[in-house]
Design a protein around this ligand. Structure first.
Ligand code: GCV
Length: 614
């Protein structure tokens, strides 16, 4: 068991854990008491106002600070006030309410203790096919989640494997005990379920319109909610990457989702249904099928057909968390459906928590792009594991912290979020703090520069998804092609090509269709271009590719120099250095492989005469 304290963004509470209890308000009282003692400030008065739900208000009355909030709101208010005190700022004034009602973390943890796309060690709550955890550690984690307002944790992988299916069966009593760990922190659990489960229990089919199947799920739901009355709901990955689903029975995804939603509705459960559906057995010779079009084609015609307690969870881009994708057109296309947008804290395609990649700048871009009111909830694939610091790279915690802040207010300035995290975590001298903030703020752009260029996607090593392999996914079955040849690169997704751009509303469609208005950073997502195409700044496409890769790598080297100037505490300092060396090797590899790949194909040299390997 891990006994080391974690240096996260709650430094004043790092070694204490609240007593076990049932109510968020009790936790808020405890945190205020111990937090104020540690900070040497006097405790505010805490008032409960159930009508405020997740909201809270901090006010000064007769010279005394008063925090008012609903059950969870009082807790959020307490943390907000404590964190403001810790950095010597005033707590936010007036009533504070979250933008999204559901602020979910999806763990991809397997019952055997492994984590799909996990880069921070083994699972914090599964081992050997069972639920198993260190209570003090999980309470500390629950506090971290609550301190940034996250309110739902889905505990198991959407690919439900092995004993994980038992969570809603024999393992239910343990799941109820786990729910009790998170409950006082206002965090409700959710479970990923296997759509075909009735088959294992002799129902003979998993057809969502079959009466026996409906009855099986109703009875299961009754047992589940009897054990955990506040379970948030079920999460389902169906007909996706070989998972079972309603297509097997000729039924739609509305049929499948609604059947489950009706089984759990009487208990107040929500049914989160993922929209990550595409043909993962495509023939690379087939130039008509265009994978990014798949989710819209499956779901847009179903708009308005989902029950009220269904949430359709859509990945933020139409592919799969690539470094640069446009916003998924499905998020614009379903005004009569409750939608959740899914992001990924686990750095599957963004550096495996080895390379630096702070995500708030990405999420802010998404917030600016999304249709107003189009999305009701947000979910993030978690980046947590049993490593001492929970996130592998000590700085990757900025993404967990940042996601909570984003889910509360998607328009929050990325720089403010990163600075607040840095200040709460490390308390560096001003110039060093500025340097760390800049390092993190620029990390995404730098990573983007040295990896796949200009929205091209999928140049990573297949399966592993770290490091370059420009042809690795080119002749594969995953629908992931760039079709680079000696004349040019990219897939035409305009009306002249696959027609993908037509899935957007007129404003976005026109912007992406026209080469002049399509942003450079997405040019190769939407267009097929010759190497001598002139980008908006006059450089040729091939020169831009070379420049980005040389620059991105040089900027990574400057990040390493900056890192050396920071007086970080140990063991974070050594760990950050060690990972930075790996990042530099990765950046150099990407630079040389991508430049060589395009040089060999195009035959065009670098105008600046820099080294490209032939
Ligand atoms: C959980 C990608 C990942 C898979 C993941 C899947 C999903 O394909 O590589 O590991 O599976 O997305 O989001 O369901």
């Amino acid at each position: 068991m891990n006994k080391q304290p974690c240096r996260a963004w709650l430094p004043f509470l790092a070694e204490d854990v609240p007593p076990q209890c049932d109510a968020p308000v009790k936790v808020a009282e405890f945190e205020l008491k111990t937090g104020c003692a540690a900070l040497g400030v006097s405790a505010p008065e805490l008032r409960l106002d159930h009508a405020m739900g997740d909201g809270y208000a901090v006010a000064v009355e007769d010279g005394k600070t008063v925090i008012t909030g609903g059950d969870a709101g009082a807790l959020y208010g307490a943390y907000a006030w404590l964190m403001a005190m810790a950095v010597g700022e005033a707590a936010p004034e007036g009533e504070q309410n979250p933008f999204y009602g559901l602020r979910m973390l999806n763990a991809w943890d397997n019952a055997d203790g492994t984590i799909e796309r996990g880069y921070s060690g083994r699972s914090l709550w599964f081992e050997g096919g069972r639920l198993s955890w260190d209570g003090a550690r999980l309470r500390q984690l629950a506090r971290m989640l609550a301190s940034v307002g996250l309110n739902v944790l889905c505990v198991n992988n959407v690919n439900v494997k092995g004993e994980a299916a038992q969570l809603i069966e024999d393992e239910l009593p343990e799941l109820a005990r786990l729910a009790a760990v998170f409950r006082p922190f206002g965090v409700r659990l959710m479970v990923s379920i296997d759509f075909s489960r009735p088959l294992v229990h002799g129902v003979g089919t998993a057809d969502p319109l079959d009466e026996g199947v409906r009855r099986w799920w109703q009875e299961r739901a009754e047992a589940v909610w009897r054990a955990i009355p506040d379970l948030a709901g079920f999460l389902v990955k169906a007909d996706s990457e070989h998972r079972p689903g309603p297509f097997t029975y000729g039924r739609s995804h509305a049929d499948g989702a609604n059947m489950l939603a009706r089984a759990i509705a009487p208990h107040g459960g929500i049914l989160v249904w993922r929209a990550f559906v595409y043909n993962c057995q495509q023939d690379w010779r087939d130039q008509k099928t265009d994978r990014p079009m798949a989710a819209y084609e499956t779901y847009a015609p179903l708009d308005g057909q989902f029950d009220d307690n269904v949430i359709l969870q859509v990945k933020h881009g139409p592919f799969d968390f690539q470094v640069r994708e446009p916003v998924s057109p499905t998020l614009y296309a379903m005004p009569n459906t409750r939608l959740a947008m899914e992001v990924q804290l686990a750095q599957e395609y963004t550096g495996h928590q080895i390379d630096l990649y702070a995500m708030n700048p990405l999420w802010r871009e998404l917030a600016d792009e999304l249709p107003p009111g189009g999305v009701a909830a947000v979910a993030a694939v978690g980046n947590l594991g049993r490593d001492d610091n929970y996130t592998g790279h000590p700085f990757a915690a900025v993404n967990l912290y940042g996601f909570g802040r984003y889910a509360w207010n998607p328009f929050v300035e990325p720089e403010n979020v990163i600075r607040r995290w840095a200040r709460l975590t490390y308390r560096l001298p001003d110039t060093q703090e500025d340097a760390l903030v800049h390092l993190l703020l620029s990390s995404r752009e730098i990573y983007e520069k040295y990896t796949a260029p200009l929205g091209l996607c999928w140049m990573v090593r297949p399966g592993l998804h770290y490091g370059p392999n420009p042809s690795g996914y080119e002749y594969d079955a995953w629908g992931t092609y760039h079709r680079a040849d000696r004349n040019g690169v990219g897939i035409d997704r305009t009306s002249e090509g696959t027609g993908y751009a037509a899935q957007y509303p007129p404003r976005e469609r026109e912007r992406y269709e026209a080469l002049e208005t399509c942003p450079d950073r997405l040019k190769l997502f939407f267009h097929r271009l010759p190497y001598d195409y002139r980008m908006s700044d006059g450089r040729t496409l091939i020169q831009r590719i070379y420049d980005d890769h040389f620059e991105g790598c040089a900027e990574a080297e400057r990040m390493a120099e900056t890192l050396r100037t920071l007086d970080l505490p140990e063991p974070e300092r050594s760990e950050a250095f060690r990972r930075m060396e790996l990042q530099l090797a990765n950046a150099r590899e990407w630079r040389d492989v991508i430049n060589t790949f395009f040089h060999r194909l195009s035959g065009v040299g670098d105008e600046k005469g820099r080294k490209i390997y032939d």
